[in-house]
Ligand binder design. Structure first.
Ligand SMILES: [Zn+2]
Ligand SMILES: [Zn+2]
Ligand SMILES: [Zn+2]
Length: 196
């Protein structure tokens, strides 16, 4: 395998130790977990020589529009389990939207017991929304936001005296919190001084 590595259509080599070439995969790129960690659009996927799954034509008849789903679980009738509910995205997102979804009886009784409202999105869109809450697999080089007695933006007041005293901390580091995020990011020393 080292002498005669497999070459794919794009000329990429796969010698001993490499993972299988994507072109041998029975799944398209946007059907795999890869799309969740390294999202690509249709052109980006095909341009790299990977397969892309087009949405399937489905002819479900929507029996309940998203807006007709009651806001409060106490207004939901048991007959909701026979409704075909429209996803609020209507297939217009890039998240493998199934366009419609149903509520199964066990699910309904869970929502009733926990007094939770019914979802307005299909399970694919709900999955994508949960994943969006995670930080990306990416690091940014940033400065500690401890300004001495308070955080740089003045929102947080330190509970203890830090080793850098009342001047701005000069530490820099890599963090998965993007600079535009609203969370206050401290270096390890400042963080530990406050939390531990
Ligand atoms: Zn959806
Ligand atoms: Zn610091
Ligand atoms: Zn500090």
């Amino acid at each position: 395998m080292k002498d005669m590595p497999y070459a794919d259509q794009k000329g990429r080599m796969y010698p001993y130790g490499e993972f299988f070439p994507p072109e041998l995969s029975p799944f398209a790129y946007n059907e795999t977990i890869a799309q969740e960690y390294f999202p690509l659009d249709r052109n980006g996927t095909l341009g790299r020589g990977f397969k892309w799954k087009e949405p399937e034509e489905k002819n479900y008849q929507v029996t309940m529009k998203t807006n007709d789903v009651p806001d409060s679980i106490s207004d939901v009738k048991d007959s909701i389990t026979s409704e075909i509910i429209e996803c609020a995205h209507r297939g217009e997102c890039n998240e493998q939207c199934t366009r419609v979804f149903r509520i199964i009886p066990q699910e309904l009784s869970f929502y009733q017991r926990m007094e939770l409202p019914l979802p307005h999105f299909c399970f694919s869109c709900r999955h994508a929304q949960r994943l969006d809450q995670r930080k990306p697999l990416k690091l940014w080089h940033r400065k500690c936001q401890c300004a001495g007695e308070k955080s740089e933006n003045g929102v947080y007041t330190n509970l203890s005296q830090h080793t850098h005293t009342a001047v701005h901390c000069s530490n820099e580091f890599e963090t998965s919190y993007a600079p535009e995020r609203k969370e206050i990011v401290y270096c390890e020393g400042c963080y530990n001084a406050e939390v531990v």
